[in-house]
Design a protein around this ligand. Sequence first.
Ligand code: GAR
Length: 204
Amino acid sequence: MNITNIAVLVSGRGSNLQSIIDNIENSTIPHASVQVVISDVDGTYALERAKEHDIEAVFVNQNKYDTKAGFETEILRILEAHDIGLVLLAGYMRVVGPTLLEPYKGRMINIHPALLPSFPGLHGQQQAFDHGVKVSGCTVHFVDDGVDTGPIIIQRCVTVLEDDTAEVLADRILEQEHKIFPEAVRLFVQGKLIIDGRKVRIAE
Ligand code: GAR
């Protein structure tokens, strides 16, 4: 298994995927490559982005499988065929089950648009906005068997402004996502992330 071989799981527009590709292409993330992009939704813009960069783009249709385990076994087959050492969840809107998680524990990283452990799950930006927080942000974390509960790698704060809407706030959070996700990937592929219980130590 090669830790510089990356797979990205997506469900939508893929702007975080794009930030990873861009940071690899400009060598901010050195010696790594996105080998495959897998979407659980057909026709996503994320798949188009992959193709534009000559990256294999695969739609895996959950409806073809009787169980989540069957669906994830197919994803696992693709990951293993590409000798993937790091899996990124970049707007992948499903909870990863044990079939996929167990083989990639400690080697699967998610980006979430809120300051965890607050506002896990879907629409983190909207949840935070509706709650009336004054500061929100984004979190990059290792995936464990909970919903957005794994060890935190990097967080970035974003101040909520008086005249914000949830959409405007989400855009400013997204700008920060595009910075901290590539940074976490760089640290991972350089072997600088050490998981120590709930804590992630950064050896740099
Ligand atoms: C991002 O804001 C990401 O943090 C969020 O989905 C968006 C995907 O955008 N992920 C989650 O909410 C996961 N629970 P993108 O497709 O443009 O990267």
